[in-house]
Design a protein around this ligand. Sequence first.
Ligand SMILES: [Zn+2]
Length: 212
Amino acid sequence: MSIFITRIHELAEIKAELAERDWFMGTSGNLSIKIQNNPLQFLVTASGKDKRKSTNEDFLIVDKDGRPVGETNVKPSAETLLHCEIYERSNAGCSLHVHTVANNVVSELYGDEGKVVFKGQELIKAFGRWEEDAEWEVPIIDNYAEIPRLAAALAPYVKADQGAVLIRNHGITVWGKDGFEAKKVLEACEFLFEYHLALLQAKANLQAIKQL
Ligand SMILES: [Zn+2]
C-alpha cells in the first residue's frame, strides 16, 4: 500500500474516533497527517464538512504553505496554517485541533495566566513524563480571527515533536510524532480538563453543603 493510502486510512480512523467522542461540533475541528518531507506535503481535512460523516472528499493534500497539491474540488480547512506551523517547526507527523466545551472553559479560566498546569495526575505519563511529581503545562494563547496572526501566535510554543496549546475560547491544537501519539496527547489533555472542571464543581458543591 502506498504511504498516501496508509496515511489517509490512518487519518480517517482518527477522525471517526474523535467524531464518536463528539469533538466536531458545528463542523469545527481540523486534522492533519504528514505524507512526506522535502517538499513537505500533508493531508488535511476539507473545509466546512460535517466530520461525523465519511465521504470521498474528507481530506486533501496541501504543501508547506497550506496550498492544495493537484486538482481538487474541496478547500483545505480555514485553519490549515496552524498545521503548517507545526510541521515547519517540529518533526511531528500528525496534528489535531478540536473545539470542546471543556477545553474552552479551561482556556477562559486560566487565559489571563497564559497557561494551565497539571500535576499529581497519573495521566501525565501519556506525555512521556514518568516522574512522581511531574507537571504538564499547556500554554494558552489569545484567539485571533485572522489565521496568519493566530499561526504566528502559536509558533513560539512549537518547541518539541509533541505538544499542546490552548487557544482561548476557541479550542486546542496538539501534535505528536505520529497519529497514535497525537491522539494520545489530545485524549490525555481532554481528560485532564474534564477532571479539573469536575473537581472544581465538586469542591464548590461540598463548600455549599458545609454552609447549610
Ligand atoms: Zn478552530
